[in-house]
Write a protein that binds this ligand. Structure first.
Ligand SMILES: C[S@@+](CC[C@H](N)C(=O)[O-])C[C@H]1O[C@@H](n2cnc3c(N)ncnc32)[C@H](O)[C@@H]1O
Length: 321
């Protein structure tokens, strides 16, 4: 399993960019950008070099952690998957490409795309000294236009991106990304009901087009959760000093909530259940909410079933069991 914390090379590149930057300026830009996101806006407020860096310092550790968690879930289901090419759609500062490079040593060709020039410039700067990512291709333009003409890739990723475009554009982009996917498509969104709704609708659309779910669902059927419930996961990550300063936060860690789907061309053979919330460990039993191939179920594992109980004690929210 790959660590959810930023790799040393990326941390060093971000720290180098911090030299000479006013932390107060960066913190106030980061707070404007975050507020825009909370109000339902997108990354349109990221216009300058300082904005791009503020965004990367504030959000990259968390979106990186969510991408790694999703890719870890994929590799657990498909340990032999060894993609050679990556297409990172709405790549921003390059977060998903860094994560995929860490998880898949097999990756050779990295193509990134974004409409935001400030984020593209930052991504190119952060990867300048990277052994793996130096030499990547980073296109500037509208996702749907570019993806329609891009070379197909073994792994296509859209991380925290599809929420920034309208419904019709999103449906067309989903089709285009799937069309360019040789093997696997990963789409990640914030772990809110709205983020989940976007994932579920893309999932249904692409299953109808022939896709299969590798994670998190143990089936290709409709999601059995009923509103106000929604499927999402949580990844803990450590906060660096700069990260804490930018966010004006004291806690040494944060928990990123995210929703995701991994779609593959080939059907899955093994379909373990997925833990949908942190299990409740009681004196008499452990109870865990699971998504199973037959729907949502509460598993109750009594303490007297020693071996099962010991196994269930290790279950964590998001695990395949
Ligand atoms: C929230 S950021 C996520 C960046 C990165 N994928 C990550 O996980 O950190 C969303 C990105 O999508 C890009 N984006 C939004 N709409 C786009 C479009 N129509 N075409 C290309 N990029 C777009 C934005 O410029 C921004 O960089």
């Amino acid at each position: 399993m790959t660590s959810p914390d930023l790799p040393a090379e990326l941390k060093a590149a971000l720290n180098a960019r911090l030299e000479g930057l006013s932390r107060n300026d960066a913190a106030s830009r980061a707070s404007v950008i975050s507020q825009t996101y909370r109000d339902g806006g997108g990354s349109g407020t990221i216009k300058t070099e300082t904005d791009a860096l503020a965004y990367a310092l504030a959000r990259m550790p968390a979106t990186y952690a969510a991408v790694v968690a999703s890719l870890n879930a994929l590799t657990e289901m498909r340990p032999d998957f060894a993609p050679k090419s990556l297409l990172d759609v709405g790549a921003g500062p390059g977060t998903a490409s860094w994560a995929a490079a860490e998880v898949f040593p097999s990756l050779r060709d990295f193509t990134l795309l974004d409409a935001n020039d400030a984020l593209r410039t930052l991504a190119l700067d952060l990867t300048r000294k990277s052994g793996r990512l130096r030499g990547l291709t980073y296109e500037l333009g509208q996702a749907r236009v570019f993806v329609a003409h891009a070379d197909s890739a073994d792994l296509v990723v859209a991380s925290y991106m599809i929420g920034e475009i309208g419904d019709a554009e999103r449906a067309a982009l989903a089709d285009a990304m799937w069309d360019r996917t040789n093997d696997t498509l990963l789409v990640i969104e914030p772990g809110t009901p709205a983020g989940y709704a976007r994932i579920i609708s893309l999932r249904a659309r692409l299953i109808a087009a022939g896709a299969h779910v590798a994670a998190p669902c143990p089936h290709d059927g409709a999601c059995p959760l009923v509103a106000p419930d929604w499927c999402h996961f949580s990844q803990r990550l450590q906060r660096s000093r700069a990260h804490k300063q930018i966010k004006g936060a004291d806690a040494p860690f944060e928990d990123e909530r995210f929703a995701y789907v991994v779609l593959t061309r080939a059907p899955m053979t093994a379909r373990p259940s997925r833990v949908l919330a942190q299990p409740d460990v009681g004196k008499v039993e452990i109870s865990a909410k699971l998504c199973t191939p037959d729907g949502v179920a509460i598993a109750r594992v009594p303490r007297r079933a020693k071996a099962d109980y010991a196994r269930a004690r290790r279950w964590r929210w998001g695990d395949a069991v």
